[in-house]
Write a protein that binds this ligand. Structure first.
Ligand code: ADP
Length: 206
């Protein structure tokens, strides 16, 4: 099964991804964890370009293609082989993040981004996506480390991104689940485990 955790920075997705994968391991499973962008040698280089450096200016379209390129490599090198081997793959962000950030946040055409994304990922998409919903103000307060290049964009950008996540989540019920992220960690973790178990049951061939 392929599962992704998505949402704005500071929404708690990495915390929950960790809790979820620890729980999977405790039940005897061996999930493969990835982060998008990243996880492959090429993807990590692109991640560095996108997030950590201010050396080169990156326009919105180039930025979008860099994310797509990193993801294409991760799908080709890691995700597809793992899924074909029957593994559970859990990824910190996926194509939906491109849609929310560069589409809704950056005003690029959302439908085109889905098309480019499907091409880049060979139509590999998570069966289950947890979309962490938290107001950008609260999310920003939670981040104590220095902000990366993407995080340095203004509040109105993040409001559009957040709204984009909500719009897309509503368009894909049964696949994208909006998680109210302003609750205690354990309550969120329990909801995620439940949604996973329901999905797992629905995927067992009858
Ligand atoms: P993200 O991966 O979405 O950027 P993190 O999981 O790194 O978010 O969480 C950002 C910060 O918020 C961390 O300091 C984390 O401990 C804290 N945090 C995570 N989940 C919660 C929660 N449910 N309530 C309050 N704070 C949280």
């Amino acid at each position: 099964m392929f599962i992704s955790f998505d949402g704005i920075d500071g929404s708690g997705k990495s915390t929950q991804l960790r809790l979820f994968s620890d729980w999977l391991k405790a039940t005897g499973k061996t999930p493969l964890l990835c982060r998008d962008p990243g996880s492959t040698p090429l993807g990590e280089k692109i991640r560095h370009l996108l997030l950590d450096t201010n050396e080169a200016s990156i326009g919105r379209r180039a930025e979008m293609f860099l994310y797509m390129a990193a993801r294409a490599q991760m799908v080709h090198e890691i995700i597809r082989p793992a899924l074909e081997a029957g593994k559970i793959v859990v990824v910190d962000r996926f194509l939906l993040a491109n849609i929310a950030y560069q589409g809704y946040g950056g005003y690029l055409d959302v439908k085109k981004l889905w098309d480019i994304g499907r091409f880049a990922t060979e139509s590999t998409s998570p069966e289950l996506t947890f979309v962490f919903d938290l107001s950008p103000e609260v999310a920003a307060e939670r981040i104590s480390r220095p902000k990366d290049r993407m995080e340095q964009q203004g509040l109105s950008f993040f409001q559009r991104v957040s709204e984009g996540y909500r719009i897309e989540a509503k368009k894909h019920p049964g696949k994208f689940f909006l998680i109210q992220a302003d609750r205690p960690e354990e309550a969120i973790a329990a909801e995620i485990r439940e949604l996973y178990q329901e999905k797992e049951k629905s995927m067992v061939p009858k």
